[in-house]
Design a protein around this ligand. Structure first.
Ligand code: CXF
Ligand code: ZN
Length: 369
């Protein structure tokens, strides 16, 4: 029997999300029905809701879910009814990148997570009055009281976990932490620069603080975010709203001659360029934040020759089975105070959550049904 539930539906590009009754399909053998307890709001949800990406609307977004398992498909082995879970991204499990432990680079990643709106076989997971809605967003579409989730999107967490704090591990927090741990892998004495002190950037700062990097520089234009960055372990902060001179020169100075690693969470071309230009020889700049499709950044080719790299990374190159559980433990032990970034909003305060994210008043809004 299909599950009737309430979901936040975006009717068309630029519209808000309104709670309406929908039906979820029965779980397929590899799917799980999850009762949502909390779900984070990420810029990718807003980009899709604005109509800037070709996701089928009307549809249901949401990809940082946390909740309780209510039913499992016949082939599901990893979770049981009653388990607490986080919901992250899905992947095919079968391509070379999935098999090599890099599901964020699944060759089917875009259709399965971001653009398709349906299962891989084309069937809809959510309907309204019999009409298909865009669903299966990141294998979940969790802006709803219940979500039908791909087993491959799920991560089990210990009973009694603080689900509203942990929900953003599914995307934003693992994106920042994974960038530092999986891609930069700071060595003793490294200087790491994090451009943008939002949810992704602050997770990157907290992750860098658990490495032997000795200089951690946070860059933002909002003073209270930079204060948070300091509490999370930044040794230096740069406030671009009060910048005296050019950012590259300031970064070269505060890093003591050049950054070994740069994490650009902003997607602002001029900031990524400044970060690349501030790299030390053999340094790596990571493009993490996504600008609109088609945006380009120039690089000085001769500047790259001394072993400098520019790399893109999605979702921290995380493998749900290892990165998220480690973050759960570090949050529980108080070594990554990511809960400080979270403020909860009931579903009917969706617009307020969006406004607070845009203004910077809340770093990470988390919706609760
Ligand atoms: C996104 C970032 C932009 C590319 C797709 C994945 N991560 C999560 O929202
Ligand atoms: Zn996201």
């Amino acid at each position: 029997m299909p599950t009737t539930t309430e979901a936040l539906v975006v009717e068309s590009g630029g519209a808000s999300a309104r709670a309406v009754e929908v039906e979820l399909d029965d779980p397929r053998p590899d799917e799980v029905l999850v009762r949502t307890v909390a779900v984070g709001l990420c810029h990718t949800d807003l980009t899709v809701a604005s109509g800037a990406l070709p996701f089928p609307l009307p549809g249901v977004l949401g990809h940082e879910g946390a909740g309780i398992v209510e039913a499992v498909g016949s082939a599901v082995r990893g979770v049981s009814v009653g388990d607490e879970v986080l919901t992250s991204f899905t992947s095919c499990g079968d391509c070379r990148n999935c098999r090599q432990g890099h599901p964020a680079y699944c060759v089917q990643w875009l259709p399965l997570n971001l653009l398709g709106g349906r299962r891989a076989d084309g069937s809809p997971t959510i309907t309204r009055a019999g009409e298909p809605l865009g669903g299966h967003f990141f294998g979940q579409s969790s802006f709803a009281r219940h979500a039908l989730v791909d087993e491959r999107s799920l991560v089990r967490v210990p009973a009694g976990s603080p689900l509203p704090t942990l929900a953003p591990l599914g995307c934003g927090f693992q994106t920042g932490a994974g960038a530092v741990w999986n891609a930069l892998r700071p060595r003793p004495g490294d200087a790491v620069v994090v451009l943008g002190a939002g949810a992704v950037g602050l997770a990157a700062v907290a992750a860098a603080a658990l490495t032997p990097a000795t200089r951690i520089v946070a860059v933002d234009r909002v003073a209270h975010r930079l204060e948070t960055a300091r509490r999370f372990g930044a040794t230096h902060v740069v406030d671009t709203s009060a910048l005296d001179g050019d950012l590259t020169a300031v970064l070269l100075d505060v890093t003591g001659g050049g950054a070994d690693g740069v994490v650009d969470t902003t997607g602002v071309p001029a900031l990524l360029r400044a970060g690349v230009d501030a790299l030390a020889p053999r340094g790596t700049a990571l493009a993490v934040g996504a600008p609109p499709f088609g945006v380009e950044v120039g690089v000085d080719v001769n500047g790259l020759l001394p072993g400098r790299r520019v790399e893109g990374i999605t979702l921290g190159d995380g493998d749900g089975a290892t990165l998220i559980p480690a973050l759960v433990d570090l949050v529980a032990d108080g070594r990554m105070p990511l809960g400080e970034l979270v403020r909860t909003y009931s579903f009917d305060r969706f617009d307020e959550a969006v406004a607070d994210m845009h203004s910077g008043a809340t770093v990470k809004p988390v919706l609760v049904p």
